[in-house]
Design a protein around this ligand. Structure first.
Ligand code: M1P
Length: 257
């Protein structure tokens, strides 16, 4: 039975959004037009974001003025839904380190650090591995890179396949680890337990029995971090190239009248 949590909405439809490249440009703020469009949409149906990043970064991107990001969305899913809120209240969480265990984690992290040290790329910055609740994020250039340095790295990575080869080496080194390697952004890749991709968030909304769940994302191709949720039979997937396309699609699908 659906709960009465969303009885104020005319439609029992849920729209879920990826963040980077879908609601905002990578690591940049969502535009006022995007914020207004989401507010208008929320009057009609239920909305949520499903980002790969941790909540602090998503908050920077989706914050508008003094509002609390968690209050602007019905569902807030960071780290693919491992860290989650429904109507402003936190949902229970699991952790990557508990799942993997210190014994298996240490060799993984050591291998990554050695691999990065040996990688010959033009510049390196700091924070090469970010330890999060539901995943680790690994980046050859480092998370302290500026926007300009990110953009330059991304071009080189596309040309030389640094991340592709890195992931291949990890798969070869740790064939028995039940882990997924996902290249979702510009400079890094995420490592998390199998099944803890963005479809993890779908399990968290199952109790509401929505009539339809729409998902909007830009990395919907195989290997992209939106692929699994975009192709999941529980969702109606929409592939967008940028936030402007998301706005246009929302207006066409839900905000005509
Ligand atoms: O949301 C997509 C990705 O965004 C960031 O990637 P990058 O720093 O490489 O652009 C990261 O937060 C990553 O975890 C996330 O999947």
């Amino acid at each position: 039975m659906p709960s009465s949590d969303f009885s104020d909405r005319p439609s029992r439809t849920l729209c879920l959004f990826d963040v980077d490249g879908t609601l905002s440009l990578a690591r940049q703020s969502a535009t006022p037009e995007m914020i207004e469009t989401l507010r208008a949409l929320r009057k009609k149906l239920v909305i949520g974001f499903v980002g790969g990043s941790d909540f602090v970064k998503i908050e920077e991107q989706l914050k508008s003025g003094n509002t609390n990001v968690i209050d602007e969305f019905d569902y807030a899913f960071a780290e693919n839904g491992l860290t989650a809120w429904k109507l402003g209240k936190p949902l229970p969480t699991q952790s990557f380190i508990q799942f993997l265990g210190e014994e298996r984690y240490k060799p993984l992290v050591n291998f990554c650090l050695h691999y990065i040290a040996d990688l010959d790329i033009p510049i390196k910055r700091g924070t090469f591995i970010e330890f999060r609740k539901g995943m680790i994020n690994v980046t050859p250039i480092g998370r302290n890179a500026t926007i300009h340095e990110r953009n330059e790295y991304e071009k080189l990575d596309l040309k030389n396949g640094y991340r592709r080869d890195f992931v291949e080496a990890l798969r070869k080194k740790f064939p028995d680890y039940p882990l997924t390697y996902s290249i979702g952004g510009q400079i890094s890749f995420d490592i998390f337990p199998n099944g803890w991709d963005k479809t993890y968030a779908l399990g968290r909304v199952a109790d509401e029995h929505f009539n339809e769940i729409h998902f909007f994302g830009d990395k919907t191709y195989k290997g992209g971090n939106d692929y699994e949720i975009y192709t999941d039979p529980r969702t109606i997937g929409h592939s967008v190239k940028n936030p402007d396309e998301t706005i246009a699609l929302l207006k066409e699908l839900f905000l005509k009248d």
